[in-house]
Design a protein around this ligand. Sequence first.
Ligand code: NAP
Ligand code: ZN
Ligand code: ZN
Length: 351
Amino acid sequence: MKNTSVKAYGTESAEADLKQMNIDRREVTSKDVGIDILYCGVCHSDLHFARNDWGMTQYPVVPGHEIVGRVTHVGDGVSKYKKGDLVAFGCLVDSCRSCKNCKADLEQYCPEWVGTYGGYDKHLDTNTHGGYSENIVVDEAFVLRVPENLDPAGVAPILCAGITTWSPLRHWKVGKGSKVAVVGLGGLGHMAIKLASALGAHVTLFSRSPNKVEDARALGTDDVIISTDEAQMEDAAGRFDVIIDTVPYEHDLNPYVNTLATSGTLVVVGYLGPLNPMLVTVPMIMGRKSVAGSLIGGIAETQELLDFCGEHNITSDIEVIKMQDINKAYQRMLKSDVKYRFVIDMKSLKN
Ligand code: NAP
Ligand code: ZN
Ligand code: ZN
């Protein structure tokens, strides 16, 4: 098969900065769509992966899984897309398509799901490489349609930050009158606020950062609790039906469980790893409370979200950067200095 070499940004070790490199893309096969990448969002997972925070990175790695682009090529068996279409895709580029999860539109829980980066590319027999690159080839089954009324740069973060918060909001049936809280105002957190609020929920933000209160209100938050203030935390006891916790690093969940209403659920989407201190079960048992986890969302659910965003005119609040500024962007993300998602304009890599 004839592959093409394309420009990308990635890293060869956990300690090294990201730099320009060349990677191979496969030739468009029958069911494939070739996509010219216009914008790629910068997720905290990109940073975790580049730095091997989860201990499973194989190098080199080219991150990026919030991708919007234009179709440039289609295989002879492609039926959904044509050259020129504005399309997007997120964290998934393949799955087995036959297991129970795949059949239930839950491809993200397929044991054989293929990540947009760091997965196994069966065509090239290498790791998959993500959206910090000029172009990409993806099976049409994992490609989504972008509503043309939305700003394509602001759409990119919907593909991970958006769907990761939408999926639990939908699964736990958030709607008009639900009491929802979001922990952490970053990329995922700001999308959670916009989406829960568009679904009609009463939304509260838990944040360590008093300087984000005004922004939180502008995003649709009804209330803000400063999570480092014990009195404010205690005052919120028994309040929430659903909490979406987006904090990327180890933290104590017990004070948040205390703020769940009877039968409420705290959904962890941020931190992957062991908990210290451990969960105290007494308040869970005494209030039928749950602590759950959730991973991105399936393909159909992501299209549902894009359509919902089109109808409600929802995009991410972004700061557009050049590819060459990615290392500075990672530094700023570690300081929570992002309002509220970096998006790379891929023209900067192409020129
Ligand atoms: P982000 O933009 O960096 O936002 C994280 C927010 O969490 C920060 O803005 C900050 O908000 C708060 N925070 C950061 N460090 C903290 C700490 N040490 N203690 C308490 N709060 C802290 O990150 P993101 O892109 O939204 O991603 C959040 C996490 O979700 C990452 O770990 C990422 O890997 C994960 N993720 C999971 C999935 C999934 O499918 N489950 C998908 C995508 C991402 P305040 O200043 O308001 O406190
Ligand atoms: Zn992500
Ligand atoms: Zn499967």
